[in-house]
Design a protein around this ligand. Structure first.
Ligand SMILES: C[S@@+](CC[C@H](N)C(=O)[O-])C[C@H]1O[C@@H](n2cnc3c(N)ncnc32)[C@H](O)[C@@H]1O
Length: 254
């Protein structure tokens, strides 16, 4: 990816930070969503008596990082956008709970965390955006202790019928009026698909294969329709009809 595209993309994430949590399928919109995500994370994190050291890469506004910290683990949220990290840190500070959480300003190759070691690396909604997923996964593997685990959570976005697409565009136009939606603020550049090879994945397979190529073992993935089921009721009827995503998780061991 050219330096210009890379910088424009990074700037756009910063611009989207303030409104990020209001987007459906991004921030939490109900107690049921919170409960479902906590259940998922509890299931995915290896059972152990002492708190796990968990790195959340591309933490954004800290949605996953905060929930993992709430489960009692020691969490580092990493992101290359300072604006995102500011929102995440503010939320951590405002939390009623005493969370063991810190933040690192670094890109996905984790230059600022050169000598760190974690039990688990988790990443939601970032791998699709990267031009070199295997390289990044190899780097995450390096910061994971032997026997540690990498967890990738994301959404498959099936192609939508043109009528649905039209409704979706209408919803995007109306969103500024109703104050919520699924369109990021920020001037996101158009990036050629070959620069984001996982963006249009139609199954968990491409992500699982990238993890295997990066040297992870016992890689397994599954769809998460029960998370979709709690997220969708938060959306207005029109948007619910127009927007489709299918959540999935893929996990692999070091
Ligand atoms: C879609 S948001 C996901 C945020 C959060 N993980 C979540 O699930 O809500 C993508 C995040 O990744 C960050 N990001 C994008 N590219 C990155 C890179 N190359 N290195 C580090 N962070 C990156 C963005 O700043 C943004 O906060």
């Amino acid at each position: 990816m050219s330096q210009d595209l890379w910088s424009a993309f990074r700037t756009a994430w910063g611009q989207s930070a303030q409104g990020y949590d209001s987007l459906y399928g991004h921030g939490l919109h109900s107690e049921a969503e919170r409960t479902a995500w906590l259940l998922l994370l509890r299931r995915l994190l290896p059972a152990q008596e002492t708190p796990l050291k968990v790195l959340d890469v591309g933490t954004g506004t800290g949605m996953i990082a905060l929930l993992v910290a709430e489960l009692g683990h020691e969490v580092t949220g990493a992101d290359y956008s300072e604006a995102m990290l500011e929102v995440a840190a503010r939320k951590a500070k405002q939390s009623a709970r005493d969370l063991n959480i810190s933040f690192a300003h670094t890109d996905a190759m984790l230059g600022e965390l050169a000598n760190a070691q974690f039990d688990v690396v988790v990443c939601r909604h970032l791998l699709w955006a990267l031009p070199y997923p295997e390289e990044v996964l190899r780097r995450w593997k390096e910061v994971c202790r032997p026997g540690g685990k990498i967890i990738v959570i994301d959404q498959l976005r099936p192609r939508v019928h043109p009528v649905r697409q039209g409704v979706r565009e209408l919803a995007d136009l109306l969103n500024p009026l109703i104050g919520s939606g699924d369109s990021h603020d920020g001037d996101f550049p158009k990036i050629p698909l070959h620069e984001q090879p996982l963006k249009r994945a139609t199954s968990v397979l491409p992500v699982a294969n990238a993890m295997r190529r990066a040297g992870l073992v016992r890689v397994q993935g599954e769809r998460l329709p029960w998370i979709d089921a709690v997220e969708r009721p938060a959306m207005p009827r029109l948007e619910r009809w127009a927007r489709r995503w299918n959540r999935y998780v893929v996990e692999g061991w070091v």
